[in-house]
Write a protein that binds this ligand. Structure first.
Ligand code: FPP
Length: 283
């Protein structure tokens, strides 16, 4: 099947990217650092919150496009642990925006068989936000289509600390003095347990940083940085990033002809990626 059968191009640019896209080699997990809402607003002499509103529109379009292309998993970095340092009014606005978004979009998300997941220290979020998230996750729990993962009050190092503490609790509770952790054990204790690692990480607004996002999981991800500010990250820009991803040669530390990672530190030593055997198809 061609991608243009999944997605109707709105213009010539989209049609050209769609033509180049191989639907069988799309990422299994696309992770996105949405950056530049504030700058987008400043350039228009608008308040920062106008940038966030425009950012929600861009997020909606990306979610819809990924779902139509049947991407298995999309993760959006919506609020970091560090974002509490912003002015209280902006933080409050972002929380309100998220609740508004869930209220408005949940029926569409559900209708499209999308499963919503939230990762991060959600116990520190305002009670009303936690309630809405829990309801949305419950409502979509049985959906079998794309997993939409929203990183909220998320930090990569905090996630690793939480995973190590969960492991230590397990060891203490079971008196496992000889216990040793391997890569799989650690992955299984991350917020993203059970999800494939991202194979593509997109960051908007030109910054060359990973900003404490999915530090463990992006070990082998392709990184795509675009100058576009998040509110300008249109469907065409997403398709362009996917086309670029498909041009990359993925070697996992091996040679061009090697399929899969050369050595897996989890001890299986079978030359396949430790957690995602399906990746070996892509080299
Ligand atoms: C970055 O812009 C964006 C954020 C802090 C996250 C907020 C994201 C949205 C509102 C998009 C919608 C998401 C969902 C899941 C509904 P910035 O403020 O860091 O921009 P700047 O770097 O230009 O100041």
């Amino acid at each position: 099947m061609k991608t243009s059968a999944l997605l109707k191009p709105a213009d010539r640019e989209e049609a050209e990217f769609l033509e180049k896209l191989d639907p069988k080699r799309l990422p299994e997990h696309l992770a996105v650092i949405m950056d530049g809402n504030g700058r987008w607003a400043e350039r228009r002499h608008l308040p920062r919150i106008a940038g966030h509103r425009a950012g929600v529109k861009a997020a909606r379009e990306v979610i819809e496009t990924c779902a139509r292309l049947h991407l298995p998993c999309l993760t959006l970095y919506a609020f970091s642990l560090e974002n509490w340092r912003r002015p209280q009014a902006e933080v409050d606005f972002l929380m309100r925006l998220l609740r508004e978004y869930l209220k408005r979009e949940l029926p569409t998300i559900h209708k499209n068989n999308i499963r919503l997941l939230v990762i991060g220290r959600s116990e520190q979020l305002p009670e009303a936000v936690r309630q809405d998230i829990a309801d949305a996750m419950r409502q979509t729990a049985r959906n079998t289509g794309m997993k939409l993962v929203v990183a909220l009050n998320y930090g990569g190092r905090a996630e690793l600390a939480d995973a190590f503490n969960a492991l230590l609790d397990h060891v203490r509770a079971n008196g496992l003095s000889a216990f040793r952790a391997d890569e799989q054990t650690i992955s299984d204790h991350l917020y993203t347990a059970g999800l494939p690692d991202p194979d593509l990480l997109i960051r908007t607004s030109g910054e060359m940083r990973v900003s404490n996002f999915l530090l463990w999981q992006i070990a082998y991800a392709e990184i795509y940085v675009t100058e576009a500010l998040w509110p300008d990250f249109s469907r065409a820009r997403l398709l362009e990033a996917l086309v670029d991803f498909q041009k990359r040669e993925r070697r996992y530390g091996g040679l061009a002809s090697t399929r899969g990672r050369a050595h897996s530190a989890n001890g299986s030593g079978n030359g396949q990626p430790a957690h995602h055997p399906s990746r070996s198809k892509r080299g």
